[in-house]
Ligand binder design. Structure first.
Ligand SMILES: C[S@@+](CC[C@H](N)C(=O)[O-])C[C@H]1O[C@@H](n2cnc3c(N)ncnc32)[C@H](O)[C@@H]1O
Length: 276
């Protein structure tokens, strides 16, 4: 079948399923046909073997499985990461958090240490390790997520100490200069109504932040002072409407608190310095 005909047929299937993410059709085509996206419209005849592979991937996407899970990989900050159903797919929004953290780490004169809480695929901490000379630690309560993170660290040649831990439970003596976390922050009630790509595919453990979405921020803020060195910094990714509540939680122990927007103009990061 010709590319144009197959593409039209698939677009109709997407429309019937009310999936408007036509860019995902491009990704599937690019991945299987091994051509640049800009060249797709010029592609001629698709072999029956490739057509079969394309339709297999398309049928998974029509079942609302995200592309990253279909191919088992994604890209974050220019690095490749393996993903599966045990880890959250790293989001473009999280790159803002990482970008700020890298800039702040690299502005320090001495070598610093960083702890990532709820590392999942390891996207944040592996990127930090690649872009700075920090000593890196990461925890997650999910053993299966940590298996993926360790594989990603190995593939990216990044030396990181991974620890299975319910928040600070197994790292009682660890003190670092920077703590970063993109914790589960969606209100329990909201999780249920999320799009099927997220709620039926991504681990609930990575999403549910309790009744008001702030459970993890409360516990991390409360404990951070015991795990930060002098001048230590705390960085959070937040939901678009959590800037004020998370800043308020931090006020007692932190100063110079800043809420930073993502490239879509939404509040996305809160950072603060441990009071001296
Ligand atoms: C939103 S995901 C973060 C993903 C990753 N850091 C990123 O930015 O792509 C939250 C992660 O927190 C982990 N988590 C949930 N409860 C936890 C707990 N009590 N202690 C440690 N990690 C936890 C989940 O397993 C999940 O991997």
């Amino acid at each position: 079948m010709k590319y144009i005909e197959l593409r039209k047929k698939i677009e109709q299937m997407f429309e019937a399923e009310k999936i408007d993410d036509f860019a995902d059709i491009d990704w599937i085509m690019v991945e299987i046909l091994k051509v640049q996206r800009s060249m797709l419209p010029f592609y001629g005849e698709i072999s029956s073997e490739n057509e079969k592979l394309i339709m297999e991937a398309i049928s998974k996407r029509l079942k609302h499985i995200p592309i990253a899970y279909i191919f088992g990989k994604t890209n974050f900050y220019g690095y490749d990461f393996k993903v599966n159903a045990n880890v959250l797919i790293p989001r473009l929004d999280t790159e803002v958090l990482v970008e700020k953290l890298i800039a702040d780490i690299n502005s320090r004169r001495k070598k610093v240490s960083v702890l990532d809480i709820g590392t999942s695929s390891g996207a944040i901490i592996i990127t930090i390790k690649k872009e700075t000379n920090a000593e890196c630690y990461a925890v997650d309560v999910s053993k299966k997520a940590l298996e993926v993170a360790k594989e990603n660290a190995k593939e990216n040649n990044a030396e990181i100490k991974f620890i299975e831990s319910n928040l600070f439970e197994n790292i009682k003596d660890l003190k670092v200069d920077f703590i970063v976390s993109n914790p589960p922050y969606i209100e329990t009630e909201t999780v249920k109504g999320l799009e099927p790509e997220v709620v039926s595919n991504e681990p609930i453990l990575a999403l549910d932040g309790g009744e008001d979405g702030l459970d993890f921020y409360r516990i991390i803020v409360e404990n951070a002072k015991n795990h930060l060195n002098a001048q230590g910094m705390l960085y959070f990714e937040i939901g678009y409407n959590q800037g004020e509540s998370v800043s308020n939680l931090m006020k007692e122990d932190f100063e110079d608190i800043e809420v930073i927007k993502d490239y879509g103009g939404n509040d996305r990061v809160v950072k603060g310095k441990l009071k001296g």
